[in-house]
Design a protein around this ligand. Structure first.
Ligand SMILES: O=C(O)c1ccccc1NCC(=O)[C@H](O)[C@H](O)COP(=O)(O)O
Length: 391
């Protein structure tokens, strides 16, 4: 096995450093394990070939080391689970290994695991870094105090259903989006409150507000400002959620709903986060991109809203027939049985596009680029639907 260094730990634990691309990826979970970081390479579970192992001894440490090793081990189980669910997006590698690890795994350590393999993975690793900093400044306990005094949330799913009944068209979630990794700057003259008000006037049922700063030039300040400006449409916090802490934070900043991306979150995290959303009065828009993610999400109890993204977030490829493909046959039937509202997301520019995804079975659409680029984004809504849908 070229480029591989193996270390055999006592009693019978093997580590490998490899320059090969990972086959079995290890991810940390969002469940908040306090793993510290160092320059240690990424780790993955793998069978070790005996003839390439070298034995070294590591003596056990104290209680702190034992706890760290346990946390690390739990992280390993969770990461293995994510990979087994087909999740290709890895979490930022745990970089501080247990020094005296004495457990039941066989692991492979990889240097190249320290480089994100696509834009979504890069965003997620950056988010991991940002969230860990934010959490130090605003621990969960302090957020919970704010939530006790926060105004009630508004009914996101109800607003979409009402708009659909009123117009006979999919309810619109209009996106307040200044820029994106795939398209760059969408609107130079960007006043989030003005855009939100124009969308509301133009007939949007709900709004989606990008809060990611680095890649979308959004912010939580934008979300808060729109909420405080008296906009009545319920607000989706469009974030890359990897940690339950972000859901509490979004609630404080005025969100009525939050996005959960199945390509990033294992089932257990989605279940846990959906429960937290319910507890906080938020709707969860669970986003899928392919059949496997859809099947995973359909297996989770309590999902009310599924978004089908027509944009592959790893490659940026947009194909609106994705919505149709994922709603065909038994999946569509199950969705109707469960009374789940499906949102068609991305790449919708014309009345024909809207008609196409409606025909496929969506009751709502999430649209950014095509309307935010218009000089009057509210009027852009009329162009998108082919008629005025304002109230
Ligand atoms: O839009 C991107 O380039 C992008 C890249 C990586 C992750 C997510 C990304 N976009 C999020 C979205 O899915 C869209 O903002 C949303 O569905 C609206 O899409 P559009 O109407 O095509 O602006």
């Amino acid at each position: 096995m070229e480029g591989v260094i193996s270390l055999k730990l006592t009693p019978g634990i093997s580590f490998q450093c490899s320059d090969q691309l990972p086959k079995f990826l290890i991810r940390r979970s969002s469940m908040d394990l306090p793993l510290r970081r160092s320059n240690f390479p990424a780790i993955r579970a793998q069978q070790v070939s005996n003839n390439t192992t070298t034995t070294i001894s590591m003596k056990g440490g104290g209680e702190e080391d034992a706890l760290k090793a346990k946390e690390w081990e739990v992280g390993m189980y969770q990461n293995e689970l994510a990979a087994s669910q087909g999740i290709r997006i890895r979490r930022r590698p745990p970089t501080d290994p247990p020094l005296h690890y004495d457990g039941c795994f066989e692991f492979c350590l990889q240097d190249e695991g320290n480089t994100p393999r696509n834009i979504l993975e890069e965003i997620i690793w950056q988010k991991d870094f940002e969230v860990s900093q934010m959490k130090e400044m605003k621990p969960l306990a302090s957020l919970k105090e704010f939530i006790e005094n926060a105004p009630p949330t508004r009914d996101f799913v109800g607003a979409l259903k009402a708009a659909h009944s009123r117009t006979g068209l999919p309810g619109l979630i209009a996106e307040v989006k200044k820029a994106s990794p795939s398209r760059g700057i969408l609107r130079e003259n960007f006043d989030p409150v003005e855009i939100a008000q124009a969308y509301e006037k133009g007939g949007a049922a709900c709004l989606s507000v990008l809060t990611d700063e680095k890649y979308f030039k959004g912010s939580f300040e934008n979300l808060e400002a729109i909420r405080n400006a008296g906009v009545k449409c319920p607000l989706l916090c469009k974030e890359f959620v990897i940690d339950a802490w972000q859901i509490y934070y979004a609630r404080i900043k005025g969100a009525d709903a939050i996005l959960l991306i199945a390509a990033v979150l294992p089932d257990l995290d989605i279940r846990y986060m959906v429960k937290i959303c319910k507890m906080l009065g938020l709707a969860a828009l669970v986003e899928v991109h392919d059949e496997r993610e859809m099947d995973r999400v359909l297996g989770i109890e309590g999902i009310e809203l599924i978004g089908i993204n027509n944009r592959n977030l790893e490659t940026f490829e947009v194909d609106i027939s994705n919505t149709k493909k994922l709603l065909e046959g038994e999946r569509g039937q199950l969705i109707r049985q469960k009374d789940i509202i499906v949102v068609g997301e991305s790449g919708l520019f014309t009345p024909d596009h809207v008609a196409y995804v409606q025909e496929a079975g969506v009751k709502a659409v999430l649209v950014g680029e095509s309307i935010v680029k218009q000089s009057d984004p509210g009027k852009g809504i009329g162009g998108l639907f082919g008629k005025d849908i304002s109230v």
